[in-house]
Write a protein that binds this ligand. Structure first.
Ligand code: FAD
Length: 432
């Protein structure tokens, strides 16, 4: 198989790029490889984990997106790269029928003229003993689903008193946006779980949520006012927040931070990310955290025709600071590369301006009805604090904007309405 433009990773950035290019150039020219069959916008994974968002309703099939946006979808994991021959290897896909492994799709080699790497990030455990074995991260849909099902199991056991200790202890490690959003979402969800069948449980008493953060305050990269507002909202929701603490070990039933031991049946690792290990094996230049190094045009130096974007790319701004791993950056980089690659296909020179990250601010969801955040003004350093329903509506609109980029305006509007109605006619959380 041969594709003029081959994109690997259909996440926040890669999928938007495939849709933009596919609509202009068509399926002969544009292909997208992903190791999964459907797309979920990663910033909503804390909702999947808490059960407030159903992956089976929310997931967008890559095959459908490919058909509607005019690109070719290749299902399978990227395994290797031969940059000299401009050839990518996509691994075989197997089915597992009660332990009987059967090959569904063979290993494939795809030639390309331009390759865009957009495979996101994975957890960085910083060598903390037990972290890889005993924690769940929110890096992929499967992780979030595993968390949800484990939570359901623990709640059922707590209700039936099949475990010696009453209730469930959840420890979230990392007080960044992911940890804060998950803690708040879980508190709301635990109230609903308690109301639907887990009746002997009292959510605030029996579902104990602790958030541990190493820095002196939560949401360290965001303005102090945003962090204080989020902290107040978490405390109102009976979430224990401990800052300036370092987790030293994690076991199956406890988290140790120095000389304090926190009981925990469910532990979430939200304390750091790094690039997938595979990137270090491709023969491309990588930065300290394993991301592929790119220049100001998102091109990999010394490897003509290879680009990288989003969490898996190490891109320094004009001030030397790294572009942060955020959906906002992945979206902007996808737009920049779409223009670069379209111009290339039409025989035009690349855009005159290099890529520069523009920070429009940050919004943190604190449950289903409120958010807090800051919006950046066009004047350097000026930001506005937003909270409450206004911030919540802005937060939701970011997800809708991503859907609009891949589904179009009309379908996004219809889907949003359908989901609004479904949410009002079913329990707030998925109970099965
Ligand atoms: C709970 C949570 C909340 C967040 N909230 C925010 C927020 O509010 N605002 C914000 O800006 N950012 C937020 N982020 C960060 C944001 O989600 C990421 O920065 C963004 O998704 C990065 O986009 P990406 O395209 O680089 O990678 P991703 O969106 O992670 O996509 C990577 C894609 O690559 C595919 N892939 C991986 N490995 C392979 C392989 N070997 N072969 C083929 N395909 C592969 C994956 O299946 C996936 O589809 C949040 C993250 C989390 C986890």
């Amino acid at each position: 198989m041969q594709s003029q433009i081959l994109i690997v990773g259909g996440g926040a950035g890669g999928l938007e790029l495939a849709c933009k290019l596919g609509r202009k150039l068509g399926p002969q020219a544009v292909s997208l490889v992903d190791s999964r069959l459907f797309h979920i916008w990663k910033p909503s994974l804390h909702e999947v984990a808490a059960g407030t968002l159903d992956v089976h309703q929310e997931g967008l099939s890559y095959q459908m997106l490919a058909h509607d946006n005019g690109f070719t979808f290749v299902y399978g994991p990227m395994q290797a790269l031969d940059a000299g021959r401009r050839q990518l290897t996509v691994g075989a896909i197997y089915s597992d029928d009660h332990g009987r492994r059967e090959e569904v799709l063979p290993l494939r080699r795809i030639g390309y003229e331009s390759l865009v790497l957009a495979i996101g990030s994975t957890s960085n455990y910083f060598g903390v003993p037990g972290a890889a074995e005993h924690t769940i991260s929110l890096n992929a849909t499967e992780d979030a689903e595993r968390f949800r099902l484990t939570l359901l199991k623990l709640l059922t056991q707590a209700e039936l008193h099949t475990r010696p200790q009453a209730g469930v202890d959840i420890v979230i490690i990392g007080g960044g946006a992911t940890g804060v959003e998950l803690a708040a979402e879980l508190r709301e969800a635990s109230g609903v779980y308690a109301a639907y069948g887990f009746r002997p449980l009292c959510a605030e008493r029996d579902v104990r949520i602790t958030l541990l953060e190493g820095a002196p305050r939560i949401l360290a990269p965001l303005p102090e006012k945003v962090a204080s507002a989020a902290l107040a909202l978490l405390r109102q929701r009976a979430i224990k927040v401990v800052t300036a603490t370092r987790v030293t070990a994690i076991a199956a039933d406890a988290v140790t931070a120095g000389d304090i031991v926190y009981p925990a049946q469910l532990v979430v690792w939200a304390a750091g990310i790094k690039a997938p290990d595979l990137l270090g094996q491709l023969g491309l230049p990588t930065a300290k955290s394993g991301q592929v190094e790119v220049d100001a045009r998102l091109a990999v130096p010394g490897h003509a025709g290879i680009y990288a974007l989003g969490d898996c790319a190490a891109c320094a701004g004009p001030d030397g600071k790294q572009v942060p791993p955020r959906a906002q950056a992945a979206h902007q980089q996808a737009s920049y590369l779409a223009e670069t690659l379209l111009r290339q296909q039409r025989g035009k020179p690349p855009p005159q301006q290099p890529y520069v990250y523009r920070d429009y601010g940050s919004l943190v969801s604190v449950g289903q009805s409120t958010s807090v955040g800051s919006l950046m003004g066009s004047l350097k350093g000026l930001s506005w604090f937003v909270d409450g329903l206004v911030a919540r509506l802005m937060y939701v609109s970011l997800h809708l904007m991503h859907h609009r980029a891949v589904l179009g305006t009309l379908r996004t509007a219809v889907l949003a309405l359908a989901r609004f109605l479904i949410k009002r006619s079913t329990p707030l959380v998925k109970l099965h």
